[in-house]
Design a protein around this ligand. Sequence first.
Ligand code: FAD
Ligand code: MG
Length: 355
Amino acid sequence: MKSVSGIFYKRILGLGGIGFLMFSCLAAGCGGQASVYRSADIAMGTVVNQTVYTTGEDETGHILTLIKDLEKEELSWREADSEVGMINGIQWEDDGVLESGAPRSVEISRELYEELERLWRISEDSGGAFDFTLGRLTRLWNIDAQASGEAPVRIPDEEEIAEALEKCGFEKVSLEEGRLVLEEEVLLDLGAAGKGIACDRIGAYLRGTEVSGAVVSVGGSVVTYGKKPDGSPWQIGITDPRTGEDLLGTLSLTGEWYISTSGGYERCVESEGIWYHHILDPENGYPARSGLTSVTVVCGSGLVSDALSTACFVLGREEGEKLAARYGAETVFVDDEGNLYLSHGLKDIFTPAAK
Ligand code: FAD
Ligand code: MG
């Protein structure tokens, strides 16, 4: 058994998922108006890359704080004091974390309430392929920690998986008048939507600033905003899942778009010749095997693009395309053989990488 932490670290270095290509000229040299600010930091367990053009102050610090606050105060399932931490009922013991998971009804913020409503609907529309209540299952697999080398590789047995699955299921939670009501033992895991939610918050923040153009990636989720000073589109790279490094091609986008990629090549471990990745099929509790190696979703919402990329990865191409179409989202599917499938709206803005 071995842990393939290299893949995790490549991701931390910003090579995994999708990335934007920074070959724009310095704004100050293109009209003398906006200045460009760039930064690379860590938040939400991944790399945050920013390129921001503005005539006002440097906004990169504010944007990073916004992401970190969202993680710490609302979304993190690792922080006892975050809303999700409190919903999960995290209690700290001397020897680590204990999650109580008793039946509960928790008053939550308006923002989280609205986000969970939307996630509930995507869970339902995807037939449960996306499910934000997989906390018991994701903790059992613990793939993130195994892939980074923090925990030894251990593949759970069928009994453990069945037991964890009994404590998962979006239909076991409901939203009622500002409160989230959870059945016993259910734990939230917003790992499949949190970075997209962060991108939504960034988009909303940018609209109130003097920023004329920005592209920010939070791991596999990206927001593009406005335009570059020379008017040329943002170039968003789609990573080749076979290497996790090279690009299959780029999407040219102008204005506000949200792009998320889910890949089976991210955060994975090998045991006895079998690879296990972090996107789980709630139907059987095992890493999803739908014939795909990556799915990219482009639409007008970060939450939707992130949740749909996970859902589509689990569902496979045919069902995934139908689901994305319901949400008016565009997609790039890459299958096990390396074939690339673009939805209609992306065909004219995709440029394949030179071979
Ligand atoms: P996605 O496909 O978008 O999401 C996959 C993740 O969602 C899985 O890792 C699992 O957590 C969950 N999931 C698996 N299957 C499903 C499914 N069918 N439906 C719904 N959800 C599913 N990583 C660290 O290493 N350390 C950290 O401290 C850390 N903190 C984080 C804090 C926040 C607020 C967020 C949003 C992420 C954090 N992460 C951290 C990363 C996180 O653990 C996931 O690995 C990451 O969000 C996966 O994103 P993705 O885009 O690669 O895959
Ligand atoms: Mg996702």
